[in-house]
Design a protein around this ligand. Structure first.
Ligand SMILES: [Zn+2]
Length: 223
């Protein structure tokens, strides 16, 4: 079904759109999103390609490419961009992100209603830059929510949004997606461990996490 790229968009934009749709569909097929309750974006030059509002991901075609400039003005397509655009644009404006994934994943959203920071239940928190914070609640799609999110994201590549969901970013769609999957997994782990009556889980210390961060910096570079 991915035949001729949509007219009026560059080849690299058409390729990035194909990757974006694949990632968006993965969030549904792997259970991180129900229906259209999440959104994905990827930056190509000065254009941010983003999932449109309210269109099921399995119906997205090459011609549905939707893109905005850094100020949110539509530069590609006619479908209305996701209502969560302010969060995506805020991440691109303040980090080196090339891709952003936002979901309402169930375990992560459950944890967002219980704590202000995900307890250090597993060392993979280091892969997100440290203990994962929860951004205080604000109405979806507002600048207030984007501001709360940016504070929670300081020195992190992901955070929880209180009574709402997750947001992660990375240098590629795959990395942003994997970070969301890891975050959801850690939240599920914490909920599982804390659900045993009469027991409470051991937690890692910041020092133990710092040792892992040190190791991760050298990961994949062994000679
Ligand atoms: Zn949302």
């Amino acid at each position: 079904m991915w035949g001729d790229p949509a007219e009026a968009c560059a080849p690299e934009e058409a390729r990035a759109w194909e990757d974006l749709v694949t990632t968006a569909r993965r969030t549904v097929s792997e259970g991180l999103v129900v229906g259209t309750s999440g959104n994905v974006s990827v930056r190509v030059g000065d254009t941010v390609l983003v999932t449109p509002s309210g269109v099921p991901y399995d119906r997205l075609e090459p011609d549905d490419i939707t893109g905005v400039d850094p100020d949110g003005r539509q530069v590609l397509g006619t479908l209305v961009p996701t209502s969560e655009l302010p969060m995506h644009l805020a991440v691109y404006a303040t980090t080196d992100a090339r891709a952003v994934v936002h979901t309402h994943a169930v375990h992560a959203t459950a944890v967002s209603t219980l704590v202000s920071e995900l307890p250090l239940i597993h060392y993979m928190a280091a892969a997100l830059g440290g203990p994962v914070r929860v951004a205080p609640y604000a109405t979806y799609g507002t600048d207030e929510l984007a501001e709360n999110m940016l504070r929670a994201l300081a020195d992190r590549s992901g955070c929880l949004l209180q009574n709402h969901g997750t947001i992660t970013y990375g240098t590629s769609l795959d990395q942003a997606y994997d970070r969301t999957a890891q975050l959801e997994w850690m939240c599920r782990l914490w909920l599982t461990a804390t659900s045993v009556p009469g027991r409470s889980p051991t937690l890692l210390t910041r020092e133990q996490l710092a040792e892992v961060e040190e190791r991760l910096r050298g990961y994949g570079q062994r000679r």
